[in-house]
Design a protein around this ligand. Structure first.
Ligand code: SN0
Length: 314
């Protein structure tokens, strides 16, 4: 494996999960793999878990890490080719990316959807420039359309908590005050479709995800029905894909409550975090015994470490 941008980059999904479980048992057993190797983490957007877990993963492998918050600590970067650079962006990605590549062995990039242009976002314009110009392996730390390190950690978490071979896993839209990307739900659906779990997606009309992620999966528009007998509830807000980047609903009837959780088969509650309390999910559920959001976040280390190890060994 050279780059990691989606589940399709993994040579074998079961093997990746097994490796992650091994790494979780023995996180410092592979310190030689990253000796004298450097990872640069580039953030165009805010981060807490991704930043810390990816650095921790790299350090567990004996790597050195350097972090740059572009647009805050670094020069603002131009991404358009052929423009006259007379504005507020002093640096072009065309030079910045290969320069960064000379300083490291792996680059991690976080570049959310900008919501200015659907084509630019869904063609992964920024991430692909890193792949094209850096000369080193590139790991997506949430790009415009996917968040694969998160989905990998989600899969690992479900494997740990499932009590039957084929659990019912429900992705539920929930309300939020801001327009959020589709990356987390896109990636979650795409990843879950590679497992044999029973996957159900529920959201209000107008929140349909891009077909490339949903495939032939049908949406259950009735949230209560979706929750019936669920083993895992994965809540997430996203903005509309069809009416690109718009908020069509803030309907608090979609908030995950204890009453709704009672429809499930004592489902575990999951969310990638950060989570807006009493918008996405009530305090009662989030602080209750079925919430596994912190364990899910811990698994970000082992999913990232598996990916970095596979790249270093590749
Ligand atoms: C990001 C998203 O893609 O939804 C990152 C999740 C891992 N979430 C946010 O930007 C939340 C921001 C907010 O205002 O709650």
């Amino acid at each position: 494996m050279r780059h990691f941008t989606s589940v399709y980059d993994l040579p074998n999904l079961n093997d990746a999960i097994n490796q992650a479980r091994q790494i979780k048992i023995n996180p410092y057993g592979f310190q030689h793999v990253g000796k004298n190797k450097t990872m640069v983490l580039i953030f165009f957007n805010a981060s807490l878990r991704t930043r810390l877990s990816t650095q921790k993963a790299a350090m567990n492998l004996g790597m050195n890490t350097m972090v740059l918050n572009v647009n805050q600590d670094g020069w603002r970067m131009e991404s358009e080719l052929g423009v006259i650079m007379d504005g507020d962006k002093p640096e072009h990605m065309r030079e910045a990316i290969p320069v960064i590549g000379r300083f490291c062995d792996i680059i991690g990039v976080r570049a959310f959807a900008g919501f200015e242009n659907k084509e630019d976002d869904y063609s992964e314009k920024i991430l692909n420039q890193f792949i094209q110009y850096s000369g080193v392996p590139v790991v997506s730390m949430e790009a415009a359309t996917r968040h694969p390190l998160q989905s990998f950690a989600d899969h690992l978490t479900i494997e740990e908590y499932k009590t039957k071979p084929r659990p019912k896993v429900v992705l539920s839209w929930a309300p939020h005050p801001k327009a959020l990307p589709q990356a987390v739900p896109n990636s979650f659906v795409e990843w879950m479709r590679q497992t044999d779990y029973e996957l159900v997606v529920t959201h209000p009309q107008g929140y349909e995800l891009d077909k490339q992620f949903m495939g032939d999966l049908q949406v259950e528009y009735n949230q209560d029905k979706a929750f019936e007998g669920a083993d895992f509830i994965y809540a997430k807000n996203w903005s509309s894909y069809t009416q690109y980047g718009e908020i069509l609903s803030k309907d608090m009837n979609w908030t995950v409550t204890a009453d709704k959780m009672r429809l499930t088969n004592d489902a575990k509650f999951m969310h990638c975090l950060p989570v807006r309390r009493n918008m996405i999910v009530t305090d009662e559920v989030l602080d209750g015994p079925f919430s596994i959001v912190v364990d899910e976040a811990e698994n970000r280390v082992y999913s990232a470490q598996t990916i970095l190890k596979m790249i270093l060994e590749g």
